[in-house]
Design a protein around this ligand. Sequence first.
Ligand code: GDP
Ligand code: MG
Length: 162
Amino acid sequence: MLPVIALVGRPNVGKSTLFNYLTRSREALVADFPGLTRDRQYGRLKHGDRPCLIVDTGGIADDAEGIENLARKQVQIALEEADIVFFMVDAREGLSASDKVIADTLRKLAKPVVLVTNKVDGIDAGTAMNDFYSLGLGEPIACSASHGRGIPELLERANELL
Ligand code: GDP
Ligand code: MG
């Protein structure tokens, strides 16, 4: 069984964009893999020597009503199958109430969480990131999923946690 990274975060933060970035051009989509739930889409990521699978929890949980339910559903998915959680937030919009709800549920999870502040392209990332420290999930990694920025740092952090 390969290690699994779950992408968690409120709608529109860029989970699917990051999923696509990390999995494209690698014959990436995994249809059948022993131990995985069949109705979910997993992508294959290979970085360094260590192959991983990625699951976009938003693709599964976005239909949940209300942010609490969405958070619960995403965290349930992460709990069931992930070795690491990438918790994505939107650096342009700043810290939102929904981010805090998801952070609260993630803190109770005994899994490593990497805080990913996405959409730092074209903004002052340093200022935008300050707020996110208050989530208590460690140092955020500044990324731009659509521009491929910060991805090596993100993968390096994941590699340290695996
Ligand atoms: P999801 O709902 O979390 O899966 O978010 P999506 O991946 O669907 O992205 C939501 C919107 O944000 C789309 O319009 C994306 O093009 C945009 N987006 C995603 N990542 C970035 C980024 O790094 N920078 C910018 N500027 N836009 C982004
Ligand atoms: Mg999505």
